[in-house]
Design a protein around this ligand. Structure first.
Ligand SMILES: Cc1ncc(C[n+]2csc(CCOP(=O)(O)OP(=O)(O)O)c2C)c(N)n1
Ligand SMILES: [Mg+2]
Length: 657
């Protein structure tokens, strides 16, 4: 263990290297945020120099400490750190090309662009909330693997992160669970873009964290001994810790520090020269003296040693194989179990809501895969996300695999992303589809990062009935389909729902969202030879010599089948295409898509607005769905009221052919 009282004579210069790289890179780019990296350079230096354990030669080492720069606008802080630590993909060329096309040094830190960046940050509040998921994953891992998983999660968050509403959900959850290895360093500089924080807040942040069950501390963020003492105390407290680090934004720039003018603009040549004099840093831009590199190399060397010690522990551990299985996330057991389950569905032909079918499929998933972590934002009995034998995760007991996230959709989604990023578990979590909007910024980040969180969203249309228009999604599906790299699945029956879960678990490069019905639906499929849902859309009925093609999703596929029956009785041949995923269909070969959709007139059917359906409909085609908000009534009355009926579909078909 590090001794907080060992000070290094080099720390001031190690921090100044961060300051110089930040001001020079921002100046070179003529864009960026020098204030935060310069202000937090001392805190970051002490944190890394004395505490953080990571291995630049293996940035995915499972028990590495996590460092999350929640104040992502200060991205030059992490780029400078990663350069000084010696990551081989963060050479000076990257810093010189800060914010330029093709460089790893994007405007805000982006997961996957460079080693040592654990999560994409920039939307304020997301980093700290994602870090809660990482710290939760660490506790879950610790309960299963003992000292093979016991790392810390360190966060640097600014005033903005703490003002964002999501921070409260995250803080509340972390405090409740007692995530003792989570340490948040708050950049208490009392400045945001508009000016002094007095303009917009009078919250006592330390009291707020304390009220949520956190251990709170304060330090002078430019005093290495105080910084180290507080971090040491934080590490030794069983609660999550927040350290208010009183800092001066832009520290070292003599005429601009302490002012919002250094938040997000280059300092300018004169002020940079003055800062060099003030800091005692005579070196040219992007020039770091060898002794400073050497001091940072010691930090990397200590991390490499910690990794080696961990490797020895792991090699001798009886938990080695189960840990490896978690890390590998082998899906083979699921494939076998699902094949048997789907065959049984064909025999049983259950008439169940797809949320119920999801619960049934999840029973198979959770039994086959030991690394799922389920949950719901206080709608467990509605989302049907908890399966037999799943025990709740509780303060002091992290052996369970089911999270009661509380009424915190946004915090849940961010925490799920953190769990997924940590690499040990596969998270899924539920709420009502209409509240996807409450979680949207985190869903978007999952998509941007390519992180496999699975969102289980039930009550997916006016079909939820009596709860009325506040709870009835109409534009939600369109909004979700608009997010690049998010796979939206709206299965029609129990077979498609099982297939949707197979797809969700097999997808490792992006989030998947399941839109599920409240109301019961018959089993429509009569074969399970191929995962047809993976095609995105497929011919469920007919196809040859069709006069019209009815394309529907989810609960409306049954309605399309009834309409096809009615048309058939009048001698009109209708094909029915079930289209559970627009994204997966868009990824199919052209000839498959053409053959599926056919050349006959098409009618799209979905109890939602038409936006997005142009992917499958041409201008002359028809659409039966919603044009405005819903209403409160039993579901059948609402479908009749809004004209989403087999009769309406049949009438539209006749008008088109
Ligand atoms: C959700 C979100 N809203 C707005 C912004 C734009 N923005 C970036 S930094 C910032 C001010 C943040 O203040 P603080 O965290 O105190 O940073 P400091 O100025 O101290 O570096 C704002 C509003 C953002 N990045 N994310
Ligand atoms: Mg600030």
């Amino acid at each position: 263990m590090m001794n907080a009282r060992v000070t290094s004579a080099d720390e001031r210069q190690m921090a100044n290297a961060i300051r110089a790289l930040a001001m020079d890179a921002v100046q070179a780019a003529n864009s960026g945020h020098p204030g935060m990296p310069m202000g937090m350079a001392d805190v970051a230096t002490v944190l890394f120099n004395r505490f953080v354990a990571l291995d630049v030669a293996d940035d995915k080492w499972p028990n590495r400490d996590r460092f999350v720069l929640s104040a992502g606008h200060g991205s030059m802080l992490i780029y400078a750190l990663n350069h000084l630590l010696g990551y081989d993909d963060m050479g000076l060329d990257q810093l010189r090309n800060f914010r330029q096309l093709g460089s790893r040094t994007a405007g805000h830190p982006e997961y996957g662009h460079a080693k040592g960046i654990e999560v994409t940050t920039g939307p304020l509040g997301q980093g700290i909330s994602t870090a809660v998921g990482m710290a939760l994953s660490e506790r879950l891992g610790n309960a299963r693997f003992g000292d093979l998983i016991d790392h810390f999660t360190y966060v640097i968050a600014g005033d903005g992160c703490l003002m964002e509403g999501i921070s409260h959900e995250a803080i509340d959850l972390a405090g409740h669970l007692g995530l003792g290895h989570l340490i948040v360093m708050w950049d208490d500089n009392r400045i945001t873009i508009d000016g002094d924080t007095e303009l917009s807040t009078s919250t006592d942040q330390m009291a707020r964290f304390a009220a949520s069950g956190w251990h709170v501390l304060a330090c002078d963020g430019h005093n290495p001994a105080e910084i180290a003492d507080t971090i040491e105390a934080a590490r030794n407290d069983p609660r999550p810790s927040m350290i208010a680090c009183r800092t001066i934004i832009g520290y070292g720039a003599p005429n601009k520090q302490g002012s919002h003018s250094v938040h997000g603009a280059p300092l300018g040549a004169d002020e940079i020269a003055a800062a060099r004099a003030e800091l005692g840093w005579p070196h040219a831009p992007f020039e770091i003296p060898q002794d400073v590199y050497a001091a940072w190399a010691k930090v990397a060397a200590r991390g490499a040693k910690a990794h080696a010690a961990w490797q020895a522990r792991r090699d001798g551990s009886d938990k080695r194989d189960t840990l490896d299985a978690h890390l590998a996330q082998d899906m083979a057991p699921l494939t076998t179990a699902m094949a048997a389950y789907k065959a049984q569905l064909l025999a049983d032909k259950p008439k169940v809501a797809t949320r119920k079918a999801s619960e049934m499929a999840l029973g198979v998933v959770n039994a086959a895969l030991p690394f799922t972590i389920g949950g719901s934002a206080d709608l467990t009995g509605s989302n049907l996300t908890r399966t037999k034998g799943q025990l709740p995760v509780k303060p002091g007991d992290f052996s369970g695999s089911y999270m009661h996230y509380g009424i915190r959709e946004h915090g849940m989604a961010a925490a799920m992303n953190g769990i997924a990023l940590a690499g040990l578990f596969r998270p899924y979590g539920g709420t009502f589809l209409v509240f996807a909007d409450y979680a949207r910024p985190a869903i978007r980040l999952a998509a941007l990062m390519g992180v496999p969180s699975v969102f289980v969203m039930t009550h997916d249309s006016i079909g939820l009935g009596e709860d009325g228009p506040t709870h009835q999604p109409v534009e939600t599906l369109a909004g979700l389909r608009a997010i690049p790299n998010l796979t939206v699945l709206r299965p029609a029956d129990a077979v498609e729902t099982a297939e949707a879960w197979e797809i969700a678990m097999a997808t490792t490069d992006g989030p998947v969202l399941l839109a599920l019905s409240r109301q019961g639906l018959p089993t429509l499929r009569d074969n399970v030879d191929e995962n047809q849902t993976a095609r995105g859309a497929y011919l469920l009925r007919g196809g040859d010599d069709r006069q019209v093609t009815l394309i529907a999703t989810g609960s409306e596929v049954d309605l399309a089948m009834t309409a096809a029956d009615q048309l058939g009785a009048e001698g009109i041949t209708a094909a029915v295409v079930s289209a559970p995923s627009f994204e997966l269909f868009a990824g199919q070969p052209d000839d498959y898509r053409r053959a599926t959709l056919g050349t006959a007139p098409r009618i799209g059917i979905e109890a939602a607005i038409r936006q997005g359906w142009d992917a499958m409909l041409r201008q002359k085609d028809g659409f039966v769905g919603m044009t405005g908000f819903g209403a409160s009534a039993p579901a059948p009355a609402l479908y009749a009221q809004f004209g989403i009926t087999a009769e309406a579909v049949a009438a539209k078909a006749k008008s088109l052919i």
